[in-house]
Design a binder for this molecule. Structure first.
Ligand code: NAD
Length: 249
């Protein structure tokens, strides 16, 4: 039986793409969900379709880059369900384009604020509850871009996603003794953008990735693995979920 039954899990960036797949996968395991995203309308749609199948869901429209909003998110979870068992830091600006010769201060700060600091503000906000429970799981959705250069995507994105790995490693060492396990996932290209994947993009991934097109589901499955009993001996791990695009890391 899944250990996720009735567990309270916050998923950020759950209005579409990988976050939506994570939410639906954890719902299938019986978790109670707190879904957070900038896009309130889309989030309400995802939550509504889950509630129709009997899942307990709370939603919060918020910006992870604002520390006070992260605190509001944690309060909303406790108000709705009385505990926070897990946090999935998934929300992010996915691989924004930007060449080193072009990106300005605003671009740099925005990408770091959302893709790195946002995960920290959300983590910081849930820690008092997890520490009081002496139990918790945190999964940070980093990216293969932290390990493998892509000429198109912004160096700020690579730096933020590499920073998330450092954050994962540091926090895991500090928190595992209190029963709080922190791990990360580095997805490769999923083609996920919240819209159906165009056939030509699907064919491209199918051709260039050793294991072919994966979409968001393998990332959601990795999150489930980390949050369920299967993740009980994992702390500070970085799971490479990339269809063979990168090996050995
Ligand atoms: N798609 C990929 O192939 C891929 C690969 C590696 C890593 N990732 C990472 O996975 C995560 C999800 O990616 P995706 O492909 O589903 O992207 P997506 O753009 O489809 O979805 C991201 C979600 O995050 C939300 N969001 C963005 N900024 C936010 C903020 N400041 N506060 C709250 N919510 C915010 C968006 O509204 C959106 O719903 C991201 O962190 C991304 O960097 C994606």
């Amino acid at each position: 039986m899944s250990e996720l039954i009735d567990r309270v899990v916050i998923v950020t960036g759950a209005a579409q793409g990988i976050g939506e797949a994570i939410a639906r996968t954890l719902a299938g395991e019986g978790a109670r969900l707190v879904l957070a995203d900038l896009q309130g309308d889309k989030l309400a749609h995802v939550a509504g379709s889950l509630r129709d199948t009997g899942v307990e869901v709370a939603t919060i429209a918020m910006d992870i880059a604002v520390p006070g909003e992260a605190r509001r998110m944690a309060r909303a979870a406790v108000d709705a369900f009385g505990s926070i068992d897990a946090l999935v830091n998934n929300a992010g600006l996915d691989a924004p384009p930007g060449h080193a010769s072009e990106i300005d201060e605003e671009h740099w700060r925005h990408v770091i604020d959302v893709d790195l600091s946002g995960a920290w503000w959300c983590t910081r906000a849930v820690l008092p509850t997890m520490r009081a429970q002496a139990r918790g799981r945190i999964v940070n959705v980093s990216s293969l871009s932290a390990r493998l250069a892509t000429p198109e995507s912004s160096p700020a994105y690579a730096a933020a996603k590499a920073g998330l790995i450092g954050l994962t490693i540091s926090l895991s060492a500090q928190l595992e003794g209190e029963g709080i396990l922190v791990n990360a996932i580095t997805p490769g290209s999923t083609g996920s953008t919240g819209r159906p994947v165009p056939p030509e993009l699907r064919s491209l991934y199918q051709a260039v990735l050793p294991l072919g097109f994966g979409g968001p589901q393998p990332v959601a499955d990795a999150v489930r693995f980390l949050l369920d009993a299967s993740g009980r001996w994992l702390s500070g791990a970085v799971l490479n979920v990339s269809g063979g695009a990168l090996r050995g890391l």
